[in-house]
Design a protein around this ligand. Structure first.
Ligand code: XBP
Ligand code: MG
Length: 256
């Protein structure tokens, strides 16, 4: 095959803008339920997002902003697990309410990739049930089967920016890095994908547009739609996309 055999998608910030209207709200609801005076503002959450993984993020927050609690007698691992489970339930509720839609071009590209018999997978730091909730509520229950693999959350020892989740995905799918194309949205994401020597397309969002995406082959506003052109922002091979207003399989194969 001359083009990419497999398309690997990150979830949060890439498939959909899930952080502000999903995860942040869910975290604050779970904190309130636990009687904690922790309320994460958007500004604080922007900083906390540098730490991937909800449980890891909560520990980072405590160690930095509430050291006495962090150093106290509570078994933080179990404590965070219970809060994170509540947060995940709230995230599902928000997805079930239809509060989040897919980013421009995602559904179009997923359908084209399937029509062209290319392989699909997800490689994400988020919890698996969050992925299921997002896909079910945006593309329908059957869409979960579109992805040969949904590599998520704690399935690997080290989360992004470590490359573990991408190495795991390549191994599980029996693919080489050259055969795959990655879609990400953040610095942690591009560090992880490039750590596995994967060709990477970045679609920026409000939370990540100022990140350092060094190493990404292509950086764009989004994937574009016929009636809503994308903007090319940069990337070491962006010159291949001069005049391109929408990313589809044929244009993306230029990166192969
Ligand atoms: C983004 C993350 C996740 C979410 C929260 O994942 O870092 O931790 O912010 O989800 P990605 P959890 O961009 O790799 O999809 O609370 O389930 O971790
Ligand atoms: Mg992301």
């Amino acid at each position: 095959m001359s083009g990419f055999e497999a398309y690997l998608f990150d979830v949060d910030g890439t498939l959909a803008d899930t952080e502000r209207e999903g995860h942040l709200i869910a975290f604050n609801k779970a904190f309130a339920d636990a009687g904690l005076a922790w309320h994460w503002s958007i500004e604080l959450y922007l900083e906390l997002l540098t730490v991937t993984g909800g449980k890891e993020r909560m520990l980072h927050y405590l160690e930095k902003y509430d050291p006495p609690f962090a150093g106290g007698s509570v078994d933080l691992h179990d404590y965070f697990a219970s809060i994170h489970a509540a947060k995940t339930d709230y995230f599902k509720d928000l997805m079930d309410q239809g509060s989040i839609s897919l980013r421009p071009g995602i559904e179009r590209l997923l359908n084209e990739v399937r029509q062209q018999k290319r392989r699909l997978a997800i490689a994400t730091t988020t919890t698996l049930s969050n992925v299921i909730a997002l896909l079910s509520n945006t593309l329908g229950q059957d869409s979960i089967e579109w992805f040969e693999l949904i590599a998520a959350g704690d399935v690997v020892p080290k989360k992004k920016p470590a490359a573990d989740i991408y190495h795991f995905t390549l191994k599980e799918m029996g693919l080489s890095a050259e055969q795959c194309l990655v879609f990400e949205d953040s610095r942690n994401g591009v560090l992880a994908s490039k750590g596995a020597n994967l060709t990477t397309v970045i679609t920026v969002n409000d939370f990540t547009r100022d990140h350092d995406f060094s190493g990404a082959e292509l950086i764009v506003s989004d994937l574009g739609e016929p009636d809503s052109p994308m903007r090319t922002i940069g990337g070491c091979r962006s010159q291949l996309f001069d005049g391109v207003s929408m990313l589809d399989v044929a244009t993306l194969d230029r990166l192969r």
